[in-house]
Design a protein around this ligand. Structure first.
Ligand SMILES: [Zn+2]
Length: 482
């Protein structure tokens, strides 16, 4: 039987501030040396006082503004009390009834997913279990952690994945977090319930999902599992589950104890925060073009139609910016927009440049192959001065040596052969030297023609235009026919 699926997400993101949330320790949760970035404040020594990190607050408000949230003019921190060894104070400074941001939304697949709230808190330390010992590392304790809670507006694994991926792109554009799931900089928790009617079913929590792929799989698995339980007339147990990557299933981690009583109360050591309109306007002014706007602009401005090309340029922001720099060179050179040259640039960036992009970070790539030189290369292809095959060779030479394309072409004599007499001579030689393939072709074997064309291309070192070769080759072969 089909059930109504209701999914809400809780997303935690470590903010990329210089220092921690309430002290001046370096914010570097990936630091390998244990307990290296710690101080009396983030290890909760008696008598220490927290000081809030303004950058973290600004980044949180920025996230809220980008996601259409209402920014609370008055906001405060609260203590969330619970005991765990990775939490030195015995409470976490978090936000309870007055988070920085509330009531936003993000559109995914043409549907608004509500965002209930975005608040700021501090991350915990980390426990390391080795043999009989449990060790604690406080490098991560006190790192600013932003938590976003969605409305239960999601109904499939795919949609949850799309939402989380879009959030990652947005946070990267806003430069508030690298939001890398594998590194724990972004953590997604799923609340999922199935029901026959409008009344919500029993809520199951899925935690420790460390990639977008796993978010989608765990949800799809859970929908199937809970449907089966309900089909059998049984009750879904309220519990927390985790993902078992080996078995590709969710497994029970713990059944829900009594709802926690965190005894929230206002953090007495931090003031209430009040933001005026100017302050919020100032943060709003820092928001760059966001992915949805960029998709539309890439389509309109460059006539891009292929969704995957657009996504490539949106997801890989640097690559998209590189493309735009190249296009700006090309457009000013041509003095107008031209779809043919745009498509050429797109193709070479998505395929050949991309292959280099995998090898080196974009800053290094840009240093070696600056957009102006890349545009120069595209111009040469456009003007048919070099063949597409040579273009690939020139690009990899550019990457190796950093030289500009016209120098490489000149020095290595790679200019496209345009003299049809010259090409004709080479073709004649190839025909004379390959009597068997020529016979095969005459018997109707099309492959033989490709073989002969390949020989000609090899003889010209790729400098002849393939279409021209085909044309002259066919003609010469026809003349041979009695
Ligand atoms: Zn500290």
């Amino acid at each position: 039987m089909e059930y109504k699926t209701t999914i809400g997400l809780e997303i935690h993101v470590e903010l990329n501030t210089e220092s921690k949330m309430f002290c001046s320790c370096k914010n570097d949760p990936l630091e390998k040396r244990p307990n290296f970035n710690i101080c009396p404040v983030c290890t909760a020594q008696p008598g220490t006082l927290p000081v809030a990190n303004e950058q973290a607050i600004r980044k949180t408000i920025k996230a809220g503004l980008a996601l259409g949230c209402k920014i609370n003019k008055e906001s405060k921190f609260d203590r969330k009390n619970y005991f765990y060894p990775d939490l030195p104070k015995g409470y976490q400074i978090s936000q309870y009834d007055k988070p920085f941001c509330e009531k936003g939304f993000l559109q995914i697949d043409n549907k608004n997913i509500g965002i209930t709230r975005i608040h700021l808190e501090e991350d915990t330390g980390r426990l390391i279990h080795s043999g009989k010992d449990s060790l604690v590392d406080y490098n991560r304790a006190g790192v600013p952690l932003m938590e976003m809670v969605t409305e239960p507006d999601i109904n499939s694994g795919k949609k949850a994945r799309n939402f989380a991926q879009e959030i990652q792109i947005i946070f990267r554009y806003l430069n508030i977090s690298s939001a890398d799931m594998e590194k724990g900089q972004m953590r997604v928790e799923v609340n999922i319930s199935l029901s026959k009617n409008e009344k919500l079913g029993t809520k199951v929590e899925i935690k420790n999902l460390n990639s977008f792929r796993v978010v989608e799989k765990a949800i799809d698995y859970e929908i199937a599992r809970q449907s089966e339980v309900l089909d059998d007339g049984e009750k879904v147990v309220q519990e927390t589950r985790g993902w078992d990557e080996k078995k590709q299933i969710t497994v029970s981690q713990r059944e829900k104890e009594e709802a926690h009583d965190y005894r929230y109360f206002p953090e007495p050591d931090l003031p209430t925060f009040r933001f005026d309109d100017d302050y919020i306007a100032e943060i709003k002014a820092e928001i760059p073009e966001l992915p949805w706007a960029k998709r539309i602009r890439l389509r309109d401005e460059y006539g891009l139609e292929d969704d995957s090309t657009i996504e490539n340029f949106v997801y890989n922001k640097d690559l998209g910016e590189y493309f735009e720099k190249v296009m700006s060179e090309l457009t000013s050179w041509l003095g107008k927009k031209d779809q043919k040259i745009t498509n050429l640039a797109v193709n070479y960036i998505i395929t050949d440049f991309w292959a280099l992009f995998e090898k080196a970070p974009i800053e290094e790539l840009e240093r070696k192959v600056d957009p102006e030189d890349f545009a120069e290369l595209i111009k040469m292809i456009y003007k048919e001065e070099i063949s597409s095959k040579i273009a690939k060779q020139v690009l990899s030479e550019m990457f190796e040596s950093g030289a500009d394309p016209s120098h490489i072409v000149e020095e290595k004599k790679l200019v496209q052969m345009t003299d049809t007499n010259e090409i004709g001579k080479i073709i004649k030689e190839v025909i004379d030297n390959n009597p068997n393939p020529v016979e095969d072709y005459k018997k109707g074997k099309e492959n033989a023609l490709q073989y002969l064309a390949g020989q000609v291309m090899a003889a010209t070192r790729g400098r002849a235009k393939p279409e021209t070769v085909q044309e002259i080759l066919k003609e010469q072969l026809k003349q041979q026919n009695p």
